[in-house]
Design a protein around this ligand. Sequence first.
Ligand SMILES: Cc1ncc(COP(=O)(O)O)c(C=O)c1O
Length: 422
Amino acid sequence: MSYPVWHPFTNMGEFLENPLVLTKGKGIYLYDKQGNCYLDVNACLWSLSLGYGREDIIEAMMNQAREIACLPLFSRAHQAAVDYADKLLDYLNGDFSKIFYTSGGAEAIETALKISRAYHCLTGNSQKTQVGHFSNSYHGVSLGALSIMGIPSIRKNVGPIPPDSFEIPMSYEINQDNWAEYLDKIEQAILAQNVETVAAIVIEPVMAAGGIIPIPPELIQKLKKFCLTHNILLILDEIVTGYGRTGDLFAYQGMGIVPDLITVAKAITSGYAPLGGVLVTAKIADPFMSKDVTLNHGFTHGGHPIACAAASKTLDILHSEGILNHVKDNADYFYQQMQALDDEFEIVEQVKGRGYMYGVKLVDTHDAANLAPFARKYGLLFRRPAENNVIPVVPPLVSTRQDIDDIASRLRTILKEYLLAI
Ligand SMILES: Cc1ncc(COP(=O)(O)O)c(C=O)c1O
């Protein structure tokens, strides 16, 4: 029988030679039909924060399914959506006043872009339609999200991209010491547009698919100030960094700013159900809360009740099990183990990251993609390298120091085998 699924971002020719079909997950491990065990160092594309087989999340989802299993939020509410929003906004001490639910990341980005433009329209600045994004950025693959895609290969072969966006330079080399030089270039790139037409700037606090590039908090503070001066909204894309990845619930909390909007998805439910959303400050949300205005926008399953129940339980666990402190306590250790690979292997050029999110960059003469077959042999799954020849090491947040040692040791073996094979 021919194989029936067309997989996203997958070279189907290669996949069909040896399809990897996984049948069970437990803790941070996955198993295939033959019982081979794997550790996905991308945590299900940065979603699976709490590991597989969490009976407490499963039970919360089942309880919700018994109550109300489906209820689109168009002109009505279900309790799970209201309770989760209340709980989340409470944790964030009033920084945000509303959440607009979606079913995933790209939908959250589309929503943030539309809210930004609609906000300017409502407040007398309908000419503000342009959105700035950074080179190397990734915000999803729907056409609106593609208009702010900073990885050129992903924009290929799909015809015209929606207009009214512009790219701002960002470099893999940005760091705590040199960010001021980059700030200057960033401000120049924005000023090169007519700022009267710029609605928003979108930035990931740690660029993920672009190569695990942590953006210095000081740069984001200055960017926020610049945006405020020019009535430009700052959208922080926390779809990867949200829900503990950097050690804070959201990365913005460690940066001394409150963005106008943040996009969330992925680990919001620890990957147990598809959900996303946009957190919106009162300044942006309030103009929409009148009888005269309707935002004609929404997705059937945005804020799905079972997903909201999973999100609520995930948030409870992040706090009750001290996951954020666990990430903070182990972050230096994690970095050191990755840095040891840099010290040991000439082909490792640099290691960067924050919290539970690191990128092992290979020198450009070696294609990180070529390591994937060796990784699979040694039970490590990374789907494909991020940009800049970087192997992303982004395991579930519940990974212990022993698990980090295990990941480092497998990476060591994989690098050695690869070097012997070439
Ligand atoms: C930073 C960032 N934003 C948005 C997205 C899009 O999310 P989704 O794949 O759920 O549409 C991703 C996906 O990897 C991402 O990394």
